[in-house]
Structure formats: structure tokens, C-alpha cells
Write a protein that binds this ligand. Structure first.
Ligand code: GLA
Length: 391
């Protein structure tokens, strides 16, 4: 609330009028990594960290955006302008691409937006893989639609935001981050079928806490390697179709089929496919384990998933592996794994509620001693999806 108040005050100071406020959350993914663009399953939860957009419509079709945010995509405090009638907009290769990209994709989808003054602020930790970019896109998209007097279809909003990243920013991400920002519910994770977009809310057992440990490292190759992983998967699908017929995505491949036709695939492609096929199964099983209150089973799946992202998909890094290795033996830990796109960022651990304090202290100390880096540790509860903020 303090944040909302200070953002509103800042808007009034800068632009002389009182704005309306909207927020959209960052996320942590509990299971199913890189499975979204393979039309498979993911199990993310929205976080209480969020990006807030203060907005007032304008009479013309200009967007004026000022960022006070400290998150990855909103690195500097600066103002940028954009004309919604610009015939051939091109990306500027900075945080404004997320904002203007969403406006462009909404307009292309047929929404007629009004111009607006926007001021942005974020509590989503910067560069940590908690989806600060999706929080930014979804908060801006929701604010623009609402202030233009349009009905917000949350599935369509998630799709337009994903399209902004795919087609304007140039990141070929799946739909997980934008979808959870649009549909997350406090206290719940969400099992999403990324093909049909059907989902099921899964309560997170209050006997356990989600603890996010930020390694504080971020490897710059993240987005190029991300797109390369997608290519590996597409190659796998093309080669496996020779034996399996016209399959659309790795979602259509079973473990038995993959093993039977492994010889069709180069070794690296085979391992990439194996990760996806198995993590899809794990996402569904993890949701079932949570529903049954079987936290030990959930933890075991987390540990398996980490090994798979490390060895088969090769998106982990030394610091993430270390954080997981340090977490697993600590008392009260059910499981731990890297989360998000990879190549740095955070791990997520499921920890018995009563053991969280001890966990936090122990892992922070051990990680600092091993690397010289002071990690950020967040104990999180799943938060709500995008919406207005009432002061
Ligand atoms: C990033 C992408 C998502 C998803 C994850 C990995 O967060 O934006 O679409 O692919 O990586 O699971």
C-alpha cells in the first residue's frame, strides 16, 4: 500500500493529476520448466511482488511512460513516448519495448486504445527470473484496456502480452508467465495445460513455505540460449515425426516413444526432448502430490526436475546447482530446484513452515561462504492475479 501511495503521489507531483492504479504479479514456477512452449504442463504460482502501473487517459493517441521501477526490465528512471498511430513501430531494445509492444499487440488484436500517461514501479526483484517483464506487460495491458473502457478478457490479454515478447521484443517465450499474472489466486499454484489453456488451481499446503533463493548471478546468454533450446525442441519434433507421424509438439511424445526412437535424434536433441517429456509428467504429478498433501513426494519431484534441467536441458549453472545442493540437506526441506528460464536467477525450495527461519539463515551463510556472494532469500506466499489497486 505504501508503494501505491508513493507512486500515486509521484504521479501527481510530475503530472498534476491523480491517477488510477493497477498491479500485476511476478511468479515462481514450481514444476515444468521450458514445457510451456512445448504445449505441455506448468505449475507456477503468482507472487506478492508486483509491478504497479499508475495511469490517466489522454485525449490524443500518445503514450507517455515514466518508470520509477527497479526491476530488470525497468532499469532506469526515464520517460519515453510513443504514438499509437505510428505506422511501422520498431523496438528500441530497452524496457519500453515491453510497454509499447503490449499496446501494439492489443491494437493489432482489434482493441482501440486511448492515449495515456503511465508511471511504473515494481517490487519484482530485478534480473532474478521472477518474471518482471510479464508483470510489466500485464499491468500495462490491463491498465490500458480498462482505461480505454474495454472489457478485459484475461486469456486474450495473456496472449497479447506473450505476442509482444515474441514479435516485438524478440524473446520466443511461452505463455506461462503472462498467464499466471492473469490467473493466479492467493494461496494457490496453478496447473496449466499450455495447449488448451485449461487450468486447475492447486492449494499450497499451509504447513509448508515456498522459499526463493536468488543466486544474484545472471548470465547474459539467457535469452539467446533460450531461443536455442526452442530450436532443439522443434528439431526433436521434426525428427520424431518421421516415426510418429505428424506430431505438433513434444507434448505429443511419451517416454516409451522417445526411447523407442532415440536413434533418430542427435544425442543433445535426445536429452533436450527427454527433459521436456519427463518434466511434463512431473508437473502433473506434482500438482497431484500437492492436492494429496504429499509434500515428500512433491519434494522428490523437485529434486528430479533439478537434475533434469542441469544434465539434460543444461540451463542450470554452478551457482544454481550449489544453492540446491546446500538446500537439500537442511532440516525441514522437502525439495529444491532451479526455477524459471535458467542460466542464473533463483531456486525455489519447499520448506516446512516451522523450519523456515533456520533454513534461511543456514543457506544464506553457506552460500556466502562458498561464493562470496550475499544471496537474497524470500519466503513467499502465492498472491493474486492482475487487477486494480484501491488506495
Ligand atoms: C521463461 C519464459 C517462460 C518459460 C520459462 C521456463 O520464464 O518466459 O515462457 O518458458 O522461462 O519454464
Amino acid at each position: 500500500m505504501t508503494n501505491a501511495k508513493s507512486l500515486s503521489d509521484e504521479f501527481r507531483r510530475a503530472w498534476g493529476a491523480t491517477p488510477r492504479l493497477y498491479r500485476a504479479p511476478g511468479r515462481v514456477n514450481l514444476m515444468g520448466e521450458h514445457t510451456d512452449y512445448n504445449e505441455g504442463f506448468v505449475l507456477p504460482a503468482a507472487l506478492e511482488f508486483s509491478t504497479m502501473a499508475a495511469i490517466l487517459p489522454r485525449r490524443d493517441r500518445r503514450l507517455r511512460v515514466h518508470s520509477l521501477a527497479q526491476s530488470e526490465s525497468l532499469a532506469q528512471s526515464e520517460t519515453a513516448e510513443f504514438d499509437l498511430d505510428e505506422p511501422d513501430p520498431s523496438p528500441r531494445h530497452d524496457w519500453t519495448d515491453y510497454v509499447f509492444g503490449v499496446a501494439i499487440m492489443l491494437e493489432r488484436a482489434g482493441y482501440r486504445l486511448c492515449g495515456a500517461d503511465l508511471m511504473l514501479q515494481s517490487t519484482v526483484p530485478r534480473g532474478a527470473g521472477m518474471s518482471s517483464s510479464a508483470a510489466l506487460e500485464v499491468s500495462v495491458g490491463f491498465a490500458l484496456l480498462t482505461e480505454s473502457g474495454l472489457t478485459v478478457d484475461l486469456i486474450d490479454l495473456a496472449r497479447c502480452c506473450q505476442r509482444a515478447e515474441n514479435e516485438f521484443v524478440g524473446m520466443r517465450c511461452g505463455i506461462m508467465d503472462q498467464f499466471i499474472a492473469c490467473h493466479g489466486v492467493a494461496g494457490h499454484a496453478l496447473l496449466l495445460d499450455c495447449r488448451s489453456l485449461e487450468f486447475r488451481l492447486v492449494p499450497v499446503d499451509p504447513r509448508a513455505c515456498l522459499v526463493i533463493c536468488n543466486t544474484m548471478v545472471r548470465h547474459e546468454l539467457a535469452s539467446s540460449e533460450y531461443n536455442l533450446r526452442r530450436q532443439d525442441c522443434e528439431r526433436g519434433v521434426a525428427l520424431l515425426s518421421q516415426a510418429l507421424g505428424p506430431i505438433k509438439a513434444l507434448r505429443d511424445v511419451t517416454v516409451a516413444e522417445l526411447e523407442q526412437h532415440a536413434a533418430l535424434l542427435p544425442e543433445v536433441t535426445y536429452r533436450r526432448c527427454r527433459h521436456i517429456v519427463n518434466d511434463n509428467i512431473r508437473a502433473v504429478q506434482a500438482a497431484e502430490a500437492l492436492e494429496k498433501g504429499d509434500l515428500h513426494r512433491f519434494g522428490a519431484l523437485m529434486a528430479e526436475s533439478h537434475i533434469s534441467t542441469r544434465d539434460d536441458y543444461e540451463i542450470s549453472c554452478r551457482e544454481l546447482d550449489l544453492m540446491v545442493e546446500l538446500a537439500l540437506p537442511i532440516e525441514g526441506v522437502y525439495g529444491s530446484r532451479m526455477t524459471g528460464g535458467g542460466f542464473g536467477g533463483c531456486t525455489v525450495s519447499l520448506v516446512e513452515a516451522g523450519a523456515v527461519e533456520h533454513f534461511t539463515e543456514t543457506i544464506a551463510k553457506a552460500y556466502r561462504e562458498a561464493t562470496g556472494i550475499v544471496p537474497e532469500i524470500f519466503t513467499c506466499s502465492p498472491g493474486p492475479h492482475v487487477g486494480p489497486v484501491v488506495l
